[in-house]
Ligand binder design. Structure first.
Ligand code: SF4
Length: 313
């Protein structure tokens, strides 16, 4: 297949029979990924495992397949279903400007009655604000931005997406347009991510703050540990404690701090997905997704199989 090189990224195409993929998360629903690959190239990308299944030899972040699919038949069959757009790519990556595949999905689902969640690190979402407003009239819609720092230098070390300032500005504009927004503080880097400063910066422009710990698995563990050793050597013992000796006390203490912060600012602090709702401005619900792989069940049961600190994960 002939590939184009656009801004250093090898861009191909991929035909797919169905753009709606059943999710295997406990919450069920569907995932939609209009692209294969992601040019944001986050160093900690959990989705980079995708490379194994795609036959790509390029580095993660240096390839992209633009998907094509037969139009979604009978979108109403997804009414009431949870649809997550962008689980292993960012649907609003820079190529979306040219290819408009995420816009196409939104057009196809706009009368479906599905509950849509868009996860992004981009402000390109603003291009579709009119469409999002229209969707928001008839469907439940949420837009989430991943923001794990206010320090643009650290952000630049970690990803090639737009600046934090641009993400914050986009979140505000979407929130002001009456659409439910999330500040996804993820992944929380021990000793680097300052949850409280991000919360204070975003509390007036989001309904939810999600917290997720940095989880170092697979190939990127070494990349991140080497980065910490080089740029934050004072933090290396802490990273070794957490990621080599599996000591959870740092995140357990952080949970307590986040809970205290929630109480201080009159916010709910919950352990799991909450039902769709809007909250009073300035009082976003804080959702503790630390070690969320342990959360059992759905319907916000919020049950965790907690293990005490200092034990194997
Ligand atoms: S934006 Fe998401 S999918 Fe894209 S590289 Fe970053 S973590 Fe991976």
């Amino acid at each position: 297949m002939e590939k184009k090189i656009i801004n250093g990224i090898a861009v191909g195409t991929k035909e797919t029979k169905n753009i709606m993929t059943k999710s295997n998360s406990p919450l069920g629903g569907y995932c939609v990924n209009p692209y294969v690959g992601c040019p944001h190239a986050c160093r900690y990308c959990y989705a980079s495992f995708m490379k194994r299944f795609t036959g790509h030899t390029e580095e993660w972040g240096k390839f992209m397949d633009v998907k094509d699919w037969p139009a979604i038949k009978d979108p109403r069959k997804y009414a009431g279903e949870f649809v997550n757009i962008g689980t292993v790519t960012d649907g609003y990556n820079p190529l979306e400007e040219t290819y408009g595949r995420t816009r196409r999905v939104l057009e196809e689902l706009k009368d479906s009655g599905a509950e849509l969640l868009i996860c992004t690190k981009s402000d390109l979402v603003l291009r579709d604000l009119d469409l999002l407003k229209e969707i928001n009239q008839k469907n439940r819609l949420t837009v989430s931005w991943s923001i794990n720092t206010l320090d643009e230098d650290f952000k630049n070390d970690m990803d090639e997406a737009v600046s934090i300032e641009r993400r914050l500005a986009a979140m505000k504009q979407v929130y002001d347009a009456g659409i439910r927004t999330v500040c996804f503080i993820s992944p929380v880097f021990p000793g680097i991510t300052d949850i409280e400063s991000i919360f204070l910066r975003t509390r007036e422009q989001c309904d939810l703050v999600w917290l997720e710990n940095l989880n170092l698995r697979g190939g990127f563990k070494k990349t991140i540990m080497d980065y910490i050793a080089e740029k934050y050597p004072d933090l290396l013992p802490l990273y070794e404690q957490i990621y080599n000796r599996k000591d959870r006390s740092y995140f357990e203490d952080l949970e307590k701090k986040a809970e205290a912060m929630a109480a201080q600012y009159g916010c709910r602090f919950v352990d799991n997905q909450t039902p769709y709702e809007r909250v009073e401005k300035g009082h976003p619900t804080i959702v503790n997704y630390f070690y969320h792989e342990e959360i059992r069940g759905s319907d916000n049961t919020g049950k965790r199989s907690r293990k005490p600190a200092h034990t194997e994960q």
